[in-house]
Design a protein around this ligand. Structure first.
Ligand code: S3P
Length: 429
């Protein structure tokens, strides 16, 4: 097992970080480049393990993709250009890859098998396999299509009219991608607004999708045209340094090129509500994906309640928000977040278990957690549990610990932020 020793900071964190490309948008750039007609160039692509899994799956489906560090060239031939893969499609640790890919494969008249790692094998798939079956795809898998391995034979699809039972951008996107291939108009109603990168990307690639509050309408039979994509930095990666800058004494960090899509900025709203010292310089509004720079300075924070419609807009940031709350004055309550139980790990349990080891006062609830602020963090051996965001949250926690922290399985961090420790060490100097 890999171990990493982490030492507290003596001085504050200072410097400028270029935030790496957004994971959700990087995945979608590969998918849309592959199903569009023509050559798509992607800049500031995130070469994290998850997005590399997406590239590998599309190569097996016959798409030529050239990679040069953070740049991709994708030679798309439309939905019809995808071919039956000779090999099993391995999505690694990536829920976005498997769920969105199922939406694409639902309309393809060939057979594929999908597998992933140990964590993927525990993540619920019925949320996509059931509505895709109702559109006409033949899907099988362990526990009747709830878990990997899954097999899918796609083909002719009927449109769907679907009220989503969970707030999930992955489910919404899978159904939109299937809807693009169906005969007729699909209507998908979201439970709460979730990230809209798929909708934005359809428009960027010359397609049409309507959005009226939480109702999304998409016509089948659309042809997408290649379009160059500049991926903004990932606010979910920036989140670790936003919190680090706020809680480590004597800090001032500038985060460059952070994606500021309003369906992703829940963490900024909550940090502002907690009293964080943030300044945001938004670049000229872009109809594709807005971005800007954020400066964060050491802040005095107060506890808050996080619940309701903001949850899907900060779902991936909850582990690091939990750490933030340990350093606030008063109690923070997180509710309506039972989806955390079916992420890369059960993030209610892993956050509570690991922060408790470091001396935090935190309790799990059925749909979130209660965090009592003002904790002095100690030190000890903690584990990422193979979950990138748990690993990064613990590395940020170690900055404040009185004693040394040993992190088990730090390599999981490369799923979304391969340069994380380089960036962190740069700020410590
Ligand atoms: C994602 C959607 C979210 C998020 C995940 C990425 C996406 O998952 O947690 O990290 O790219 O669409 P859910 O759709 O399961 O909420």
């Amino acid at each position: 097992m890999e171990l990493k020793e982490l030492l507290p900071t003596i001085n504050g964190l200072k410097g400028v970080i270029d935030i790496p490309g957004d994971k959700s948008i990087s995945h979608r750039s590969v998918m849309f480049g592959s199903i569009a007609q023509g050559v798509t160039k992607v800049t500031n692509f995130l070469p994290g393990d998850d997005c590399l899994s997406t590239i590998s799956c599309f190569r097996k489906l016959g798409v030529v993709i050239e990679e040069n560090e953070n740049e991709l060239t994708i030679y798309g031939n439309g939905f019809d250009g995808l071919k039956e893969p000779d090999e099993v499609l391995d999505v690694g640790n990536s829920g976005t890859t498997i769920r969105l890919l199922l939406g694409i494969l639902a309309g393809r008249p060939f057979f594929s098998t999908l597998i992933g790692d140990h964590s993927i094998g525990k993540r619920p798939m019925t949320r996509v396999t059931e509505p895709l079956r109702s559109m006409g795809a033949q899907i099988d898998g362990r526990k009747d299509g709830e878990f990997t391995p899954l097999s899918i034979r796609g083909g002719h699809l009927n449109p769907i009219h679907y009220q989503m039972p969970v707030a999930s951008a992955q489910v919404k996107s899978a159904l939109i991608l299937a809807g693009l291939q169906a005969e007729g108009e699909s209507i998908i109603i979201e439970k709460a607004e979730s990230r809209d990168h798929t909708e934005r990307m359809i428009r960027k690639f010359g397609g049409e999708v309507q959005k009226n509050n939480r109702t999304i309408t998409v016509k089948g039979g659309q042809k997408l045209i290649a379009s160059d994509v500049l991926v903004p930095g990932d606010i979910s990666s920036a989140a670790f340094f936003l919190v680090a800058g706020a809680i480590v004494p004597d800090s001032e960090i500038v985060l460059k090129n952070v994606g500021l899509n309003p369906t992703r900025t829940g963490i900024i709203e909550i940090m502002n509500k907690m009293g964080a010292n943030l300044e945001i310089y938004q670049e000229e509004a872009s109809s594709f994906e807005p971005a800007g720079d954020i400066t964060v300075k050491t802040s005095s924070l107060r506890g808050t309640v996080i619940e309701g419609d903001v949850i899907p807009r900060l779902i991936d940031e909850i582990p690091i928000i939990a750490l933030l709350a340990t350093q606030a004055e008063g109690t923070t309550i997180i509710k309506d977040a039972s989806e955390l139980k079916v992420k890369e790990t059960n993030r209610i349990d892993t956050v509570v278990q690991e922060l408790t080891k470091l001396g935090a006062s935190i309790e799990a609830t059925d749909d979130g957690m209660i965090i009592h602020g003002g904790s002095t963090l100690t030190g000890g051996t903690v584990s990422s549990h193979g979950d990138h965001r748990i690993g990064m949250m613990l590395a940020i926690a170690s900055l404040l610990c009185k004693d040394k922290v040993v992190l088990e399985n730090p390599e999981a961090i490369s799923v979304s932020y391969p340069n994380f420790f380089n960036h962190l060490n740069r700020l410590k100097k």
